[in-house]
Write a protein that binds this ligand. Structure first.
Ligand code: AMP
Length: 312
């Protein structure tokens, strides 16, 4: 078992994560990274692994390095649901950040083995109580839910691309989602509301009872029937590569809920602080490097700093 942040005396429930596993080329105003480990499932799973047992579902190609598999299994992530398709290469994505790091352009995308991928849940994964639908097409996200048994707590992410090209599929998925996480520009795109306090309730009307809207370095807001909750971003002065911040937030959030074993208002508030702390680690290095090496005491310390900053 890998080391974990201990949040309660109960045994943490497992988390199932589906998403992309990728090689990324990243260009920031300061530096470049080439063919580095990325993908939504990689960041989500690594972040979740600091809090709860994590099961990963995705696909890699013939070029996927054994050393990268070892990075995932080294954090105790179960890879039984990771398919190896030897007929093609791993999903590839290239992105370039603007001067202020807040915007980025996709400069290349090659679906490769993702093109014909249909996620298959191993039997042992089907009744996992916490399910994270990382960023992949909403029809694949639905296909994963179709294979689950019981009533898992479902947390989903998406992106502007799917709102543009697969809106109907996304609208079909949302009533099956308990907690939907998106950033402020995506919430405006989905609802037409530029005011987040109007966009949040508009998304709740589309299905998910719980919504978190992220506002980059300005923090995140939870829309919950018991009331709003605000969490700031953990301050970062050494920003290297923002890629994966959202996925790390998502993974840590899911991991904390699984560790606590419930999705109450109080547990969600605790989870948001850990999510902010964990995401702030990811952006301090390219790829998942800093996240992998973070260690539970550094995550806990950053979480505690954040709590001190917002209490009297
Ligand atoms: P984030 O910075 O949290 O949006 O996540 C970045 C990760 O998303 C990168 O490592 C990419 O490999 C991955 N990614 C980019 N575009 C897509 C896509 N269309 N589908 C799935 N994953 C993607």
């Amino acid at each position: 078992m890998s080391d974990r942040v201990i949040l309660s005396s109960r045994t943490p429930s497992p988390v199932l994560v589906v998403g992309s596993v990728a090689y990324d080329n990243i260009e920031t105003p300061k530096a470049k990274g080439e063919r580095i480990l990325g993908g939504s499932a990689s960041y989500v799973s690594l972040a979740a692994s600091f809090f709860a047992p994590t099961r990963m579902v995705g696909v890699v190609g013939r070029d996927f390095a054994a050393s990268d598999l070892a990075r995932l299994s080294g954090r105790g992530i179960c890879l039984e649901g990771l398919q190896h398709d030897l007929t093609g290469d791993t999903f590839f994505w290239a992105g370039k950040y603007h001067e202020n790091y807040n915007r980025r352009d996709t400069t290349d995308i090659r679906l490769n083995v993702f093109e014909h991928y249909k996620p298959v849940l191993p039997d042992s994964y089907r009744s996992t109580p916490f399910v994270v639908l990382g960023n992949i097409s909403p029809s694949l996200q639905s296909h994963v839910l179709d294979q689950t048994v019981g009533k898992p707590f479902v947390i989903a992410d998406s992106m502007d691309l799917w709102m543009e090209i697969a809106r109907a599929d996304l609208l079909k998925l949302l009533p099956r989602v308990d907690l939907f996480i998106l950033n402020d520009s995506e919430s405006e795109m989905l609802t037409g509301e530029s005011n987040v306090f109007l966009a949040g309730p508009a998304i709740q009307k589309l299905g998910p009872k719980l919504v978190i809207i992220k506002k980059g370095e300005h923090g995140s807001i939870l829309f919950h029937p018991e009331g709003l909750h605000f969490v700031p971003a953990s301050p970062v002065t050494d920003l290297q590569d923002p890629t994966g911040a959202g996925d790390s937030y998502l993974g840590a959030l899911a991991g904390v809920l699984a560790a606590l074993g419930d999705s109450s208002h109080l547990s969600l508030k605790r989870a948001m602080s850990y999510a902010s702390a964990t995401a702030s680690m990811t952006v301090e290095a390219f790829s998942t490097t800093r996240l992998e090496s973070a260690g539970v005491s550094a995550i806990q310390a950053r979480h505690d700093d954040l709590r001190r900053m917002v209490s009297h």
